[in-house]
Design a protein around this ligand. Structure first.
Ligand code: CDP
Ligand code: MG
Length: 139
């Protein structure tokens, strides 16, 4: 059975533009329940560890600089088949390609400033949730 939770981040640009409230409204409207949430400003080292899988790619250094440039909102979201459902709600990486009604289409500024992160597999949802939250921080 697929996992019923996923890990999402509201990225620094979206947070700085006060898009947190509007994004959370869409998240809740689409049936996701918040099970954990915090504001955190990642160090470069922490951002590098989180995006370890992209190390060596051409966008990696910029991604790490960007993701450590200011506070983010980290959250665990619960819904049936959460990883797949949240990827659908989030939309394509590049907002130009994201469907109408998706978070990235509505709130992203560009491919790098694309408002939100969402885990891409159940395995990564577990790893990424454990990266940000201990058991006492989950409800
Ligand atoms: O976030 P998503 O899973 O859709 O995309 P990814 O391929 O896992 O890439 C992680 C993040 O790196 C993206 O969300 C973008 O912020 C950034 N990225 C970028 O700036 N330029 C690219 N060509 C690809 C990704
Ligand atoms: Mg990804």
């Amino acid at each position: 059975m697929p996992l019923n939770y996923t890990l999402s981040l509201i990225k620094p640009w979206a947070f700085s533009q006060d898009l947190t409230g509007p994004i959370l409204h869409v998240v809740n409207q689409n049936g996701f329940h918040i099970r954990a949430m915090k504001l955190i400003h990642l160090s470069k080292e922490q951002a590098g560890e989180f995006y370890e899988v992209h190390r060596g790619k051409p966008f990696y250094d910029d991604l790490i600089d960007f993701m450590s440039s200011g506070p983010i909102v980290a959250m665990i979201l619960e819904k049936e088949n959460a990883v797949v459902e949240y990827r659908k709600l989030m939309g394509a990486t590049d907002p130009v390609e994201a469907c109408v009604g998706t978070i990235r289409r509505m709130f992203a500024e560009s491919k790098s400033h694309n408002a939100v992160h969402g885990s891409d597999s159940d395995e990564n949802a577990i790893r990424e949730s454990n990266f940000f939250f201990n058991v006492l921080e989950r409800y």
